[in-house]
Design a protein around this ligand. Structure first.
Ligand code: C2O
Ligand code: CU
Length: 617
């Protein structure tokens, strides 16, 4: 079983164990209340046996998960199992034999097992990883309280109602306070002010030059109409979706003026995957204030690296990007080829669309005319919040670049499929044959060049890009190690518990900010304990992929890497771009629900604040 499957099975079992122990305890009480009814005793026996079996299965999945990695099972092994297995054993030894002999069973052990199982569910859904002293104290206190009350009821002690209520309120208050400290604890501004004195991020700007390539992007309301007839209201740059493709030559200075003509939404421009100076990164509340309606802002940076990138607003991005405030940024190499095309993938009106070379988005088959014989590059950009499976049929091709960086030793592919992360980019390269070529994207009719032909989609395995190309030397010595354990659980934010997308059990703004020093190399271990993909995107840096699920990787450079459920990615980040940086999941809804934090450099501060007006996620 894969780790993802184990996580799913364990989740089902964890709930099942609570239900079966609860039922077993209930029937044991019924046997005590109305002794001598044979059928009740039989059902009680069967339920106790089933509960013990289910507990055994849970022990097995928890151990298997711990073998896959301690992050996946820490709270299960340390909290859920002891609190369930000990009472389960007591039930087997004390309660079961009495039931079988037709005697009055001891009902406390099965109740305790049910509470223990429930405590285990709490440990996973409220505490997650890591296991904290406060978390364990709160959960064990609840467990002990429930056992004590049940014991009092079973032994017929008269309970003073007001006292019970008082104790319950106190216990809940204690748990609330503890939960707040284990999943909360930050300020609205975590990560800011970590260096009290230093260089403000607003001074880390790109160069201005008279010969810069100049663009103006004006955000305003627009409408999208798809060839199929569907339409959607949009926010667009210069009235078009995607926004204009900014194409510059490697080495150019770029100067982009953002103008906001939206009625009442702030806008910024973030250069996704482009490692610009921090002050040009376009994150409201971190590197600038959101540009209000009627205002303008100028971005400047040198296009030092060639490749495929994109830009989008970072103000309320989970709303703004789906609505259309994005476009492509292509930095051509010194000698570009003739047949160099861009394909932007985006969902409008609920339909996956493709935009070829900046044309309006289409949800129908797109014809492309590419003359045979020459080299072709297809730059595919996933601007949605979910990954896409793509494949090229009709020609062998190479995955020439990932996230803007050329892949060394890219070998020919045919028949395989590729999974492109949300926010990620793949450049496919091939020589145009005399016959047809078709780009397939799951959920879209595709793009067809070289004349009509059915060309079925590739059905081969998904390429493991972390082992594609040739291995290149990657860092092996690290100044710091950071672990990000991703999950969905209840975490405090703004003083209230919420179901959040969490990092190490915490949600924005409570996720601690790693602080680095210029020149350091950081090893980052990213673990996905949840049930959804998390395309992780650190701003301002590309990371090198060192391993995936324990298998050494080829050192690919990426800026958006998709960590699937149950996966463990280890990446290296070289701290070579001082600033205050955002790091987040590029499933933008996940970022909005907490999966967002910062990477700070020593000595860099920010004068900006996350406020009502500045909403980076
Ligand atoms: Cu594409 Cu922080 O974003
Ligand atoms: Cu996510």
């Amino acid at each position: 079983m894969s780790t993802a499957q184990l996580i799913a099975v364990d989740q089902i079992l964890s709930v099942l164990v609570v239900a079966v122990w609860g039922a077993a305890a209930g029937f044991c009480t019924a046997v005590i209340r109305r002794p001598g009814i044979r059928r009740t005793a039989l059902i009680a026996t069967a339920l106790v046996a089933a509960a013990i079996l289910a507990t055994g299965a849970r022990v097995a999945t928890a151990i298997a998960l711990a073998t896959a990695g301690w992050w996946f099972a820490a709270e299960k092994i340390t909290v859920a199992l002891p609190l369930t297995v000990v009472p389960a054993l007591a039930t087997a030894v004390v309660t079961l034999p009495r039931l079988q002999r037709g005697r009055e069973p001891a009902a406390l052990p099965p109740f305790a097992a049910a509470y223990g199982a429930l405590a285990g569910v709490l440990a996973t859904t409220v505490m997650s990883y890591p296991v904290t002293a406060a978390g364990v104290t709160g959960i064990v206190a609840l467990f002990a309280g429930a056992c004590a009350i049940t014991w009092a009821v079973l032994t017929g002690r008269r309970l003073d109602r007001t006292r019970v209520a008082g104790v319950a309120v106190l216990a809940l208050a204690l748990v609330w306070a503890l939960a707040g400290s284990w999943s909360g604890g930050g300020t609205v501004h975590a990560g800011h002010g970590v260096a009290a004195a230093g260089v403000p991020v607003s001074r880390l700007l790109g160069p201005s030059a008279p010969d810069a390539k100049r663009f103006t992007l004006t955000a305003r309301e627009a409408a999208v109409r798809l060839p199929s007839g569907l339409s959607a209201a949009a926010w667009a740059f210069n009235g078009q979706v995607p926004g204009p493709t900014l194409r510059v030559r490697q080495g150019d200075l770029v100067e982009v003026t953002l103008r906001n003509e939206l009625p009442d939404e702030g806008v910024t421009i973030h250069w996704h995957g482009y490692d610009v100076p921090s002050g040009e990164d376009g994150v409201p509340g971190v590197t600038q204030n959101a540009v209000k309606p009627g205002e303008t802002h100028v971005y400047r940076f040198r296009a030092a690296q060639a490749g495929t990138y994109w830009y989008h607003s970072h103000q309320d991005p989970s709303v703004a990007v789906p609505r259309g405030l994005f476009g492509l940024l292509v930095v051509d190499p010194a000698e570009p080829i003739e047949q160099d095309h861009t394909v932007a993938l985006h969902t409008f009106a609920g339909k996956l669309t493709m935009s070829l070379d900046g044309a309006g988005p289409s949800d129908e088959l797109i014809p492309a005319s590419i003359p045979p014989g020459g080299p072709v590059r297809l730059r595919i950009v996933n601007t949605d919040s979910v990954s896409r499976t793509i494949g090229l049929a009709g020609v062998p091709y190479t995955l020439a670049a990932v996230d803007g960086t050329d892949v060394p030793g890219a070998t020919a592919l045919s028949g395989q499929r590729l999974s492109l992360a949300a926010g990620g980019r793949y450049d496919l390269a091939f020589t145009m044959p005399s016959g047809p070529v078709r780009l397939h994207v799951d959920g879209h009719p595709g793009l067809l060049a070289g004349g009509p032909a059915p060309l079925p989609p590739p059905a081969g395995p998904i390429l493991d890009i972390t082992r594609y190309g040739t291995a290149t030397a990657a860092p092996t010595r690290f100044d710091k190690n950071v672990t990000w354990v991703l999950d969905q659980d209840v975490a405090f934010s703004g003083g209230l518990p919420k179901l959040a997308q969490t990092v190490n059990g915490k949600a924005w703004p409570n996720i601690p900010t790693p602080t680095v020093r210029r020149g350091e190399t950081i090893e980052i271990t990213v673990v996905n304990r949840g049930r959804e993909d998390h395309p992780m995107h650190p701003h301002g840096h590309h990371v090198r992929i060192l391993s995936r699920n324990g298998h050494p990787a080829n050192g690919l450079w990426m800026d958006t890497f998709d960590v699937a459920p149950g996966e463990v990615w280890v990446v290296a980040l070289k701290a070579d771009n001082p600033g205050m940086w955002m790091s987040h999941c590029h499933d933008l809804a996940h970022a909005a629900r907490g999966m967002e934090f910062h990477l700070a450099y020593e000595g860099i501060t920010t004068p900006f604040d996350v406020t009502e007006a500045n909403h980076p996620a």
